[in-house]
Write a protein that binds this ligand. Structure first.
Ligand code: PEP
Ligand code: MG
Length: 309
């Protein structure tokens, strides 16, 4: 019965009472954007641009970048497309961005931190996104933001190009001060993969640490709740684009915590959509309140399941 509900589910995503939920796709190139457009996704919530250039020896020109970005943005005309600037380093090193060996690359010069020494990498990319946007205010977000200063300077670089600036919430410091960050940017997107890694001090690539790199960890859920609450208070969108959004029950919890969009692999959309369709906003809120009181992942899952069925 569940399988049939998933197979026959059609968007746009909504809760049982008709409350809309913005369900978006994570993509990494034009082909993926095409598949997303053929799916029930309402837009793109995470375009991982660094994955386009994993084998590039040199920085792609602005024109080369714009061509790829146009394929992705053009797949959803008039719809939301969130482009993430290069998240180079750590598990995704780029030959033209990451030159130094680091002791701890996950905590090293990755994501937006690269712009400090190589500012043109970021400004060239933003020029390319602008060129691909044909005057539309494409949403652009920076990965690995940790300070207000980084958020401010990134936002300025976006605004002068007519782009809509946002930041990813991957470093716990940002969740803790979410409201302050939202004074400077238009939206936030929570990257639960890295947020969990940095909150639990557990390498996301290590299978031995799976019990720690679990987004149902109550501390992670608390940080997501703080961030979503800041979004609600300021009226600015706060989405989730990490793997957590692809877990159907957790997706309902996230909605209950107040996040305004969920972005996931295209393959995960029907199962999440079908689960959202079964629950009311009240159930989502009850599940959210329950998990915030849980003391471990098992209890969080159990309480959420009870509140949602
Ligand atoms: C995340 O960290 O949750 C995220 C969406 O970014 P990535 O998985 O590409 O690091
Ligand atoms: Mg990340």
């Amino acid at each position: 019965e569940r399988r049939e509900a998933i197979r026959s589910w059609r968007g746009p995503a909504q809760l049982a009472d008709g409350t809309p939920v913005d369900v978006l796709a994570n993509v990494q190139d034009g082909a993926g954007a095409g598949r997303a457009a053929a799916s029930e996704a309402a837009g793109i919530g995470l375009f991982r641009t660094e994955l386009c250039f994993l084998s590039a020896e040199n920085e792609p020109s602005i024109e080369e970048q714009a061509k790829i970005y146009r394929e992705v943005i053009g797949a959803f005309p008039g719809k939301k497309v969130v482009v993430r600037t290069l998240d180079a380093g750590s598990d995704k090193p780029l030959k033209f961005a990451n030159f130094d060996e680091e002791e701890n690359p996950a905590m090293g010069v990755r994501g937006v931190r690269i712009a400090e020494n190589q500012p043109a990498l970021l400004t060239n990319q933003l020029d390319a996104v602008k060129a691909a946007s044909d005057g539309n205010p494409t949403w652009v977000m920076a990965p690995m933001i940790a300070t207000i200063e980084e958020a401010k300077s990134f936002a300025e670089l976006c605004r002068v190009r007519g782009l809509k600036p946002g930041v990813m919430v991957e470093v716990p410091a940002v969740a803790v001060q979410a409201e302050k960050f939202l004074e400077h940017v238009e939206f936030m997107s929570i990257g639960t993969n890295d947020l969990t890694q940095y909150t639990m001090a557990a390498d996301r690539m290590s299978p031995k640490l799976a019990r720690l790199t679990d987004p149902w960890q109550p501390a992670v859920l608390a940080l997501i709740g703080m961030t979503a609450a800041a979004g609600q208070k300021t009226g600015k969108p706060v989405g989730v684009c990490g793997e957590a959004a692809a877990d159907p029950f957790l997706a309902c919890v996230l909605v209950g915590l107040g996040v305004t969009s969920l972005s996931m692999a295209v393959a995960a959309i029907p199962a999440v959509g079908a689960q959202l369709a079964k629950v009311t906003p009240e159930q989502c809120k009850a599940a959210a309140e329950a998990v915030l009181g849980a003391s471990d992942t098992a209890q969080a899952r159990e309480l959420a399941r009870a509140a949602l069925s």
